[in-house]
Design a protein around this ligand. Sequence first.
Ligand code: GLP
Length: 242
Amino acid sequence: MNVLVFDDNEKLNEAGANIIVSLVQTNPRAVLGLATGGTPVGIYEQVVRMYKQGLVSFRNATSYNLDEYVGLPEDHPESYHTYMRRHLFDHIDLPADSAHLPNGNATDPDAECAAYDEMIERSGQIDLQLLGIGHNGHIGFNEPDTDLVRGTHVVTLAEETRKANARYFDAIDDVPKQAITMGIGSILKAKTILLVVRGADKAEIAKRALTGPITTDVPASLLQTHPRLTVLLDRAAARHLS
Ligand code: GLP
């Protein structure tokens, strides 16, 4: 595990963006696993800046997002489809048909999940999986549980997760109760993983995920088993790590 701690969030963003951009520079056909949430926004900003400087092209790259809410229209301001367009896809040359997210409005969600996994398989392994972490240790929307699921699946969101994400909606009742998420198996299959953790409110879970026992109670703790994991933390999130 390669752990890097930053005093300055801008430097963290640059480091995260550099990892993504360097990969695509050396392998223009890279398969990227992308994440949403507040955490990667600054990294995407830096990726867009580097693209606009002509340092990289995503023309031949492919992306798969971790998750999407069930039942939100694709063009809802808080859908992850909209998020990805707003923060990244509208500003780079990644072809629209190479940028994939689960369809949260599929009439047959189980078939949608199977099709999503098949598409990822057909693209080959994900070269780099970008991840944030929930306060309860979720990655993607893989919530703490006695069992974790390997492939893409429909998940019922933990109340804690709905409360955390309510800040983006008018009211908690507007936060969807379910999502489609890539499974832990798909995440761990990525060749490299880039976990990003920011803020004092994530310090406790960062410690449990990175140094605590490997347990399904903290899905992110399974990342400790990955041979090529890089973790970027700001100073506040790293304060319980020695
Ligand atoms: C969300 C997403 C995760 C994200 C996490 C933390 O609900 N499904 O992919 O990593 O929760 O979000 P944030 O970065 O806003 O703290």
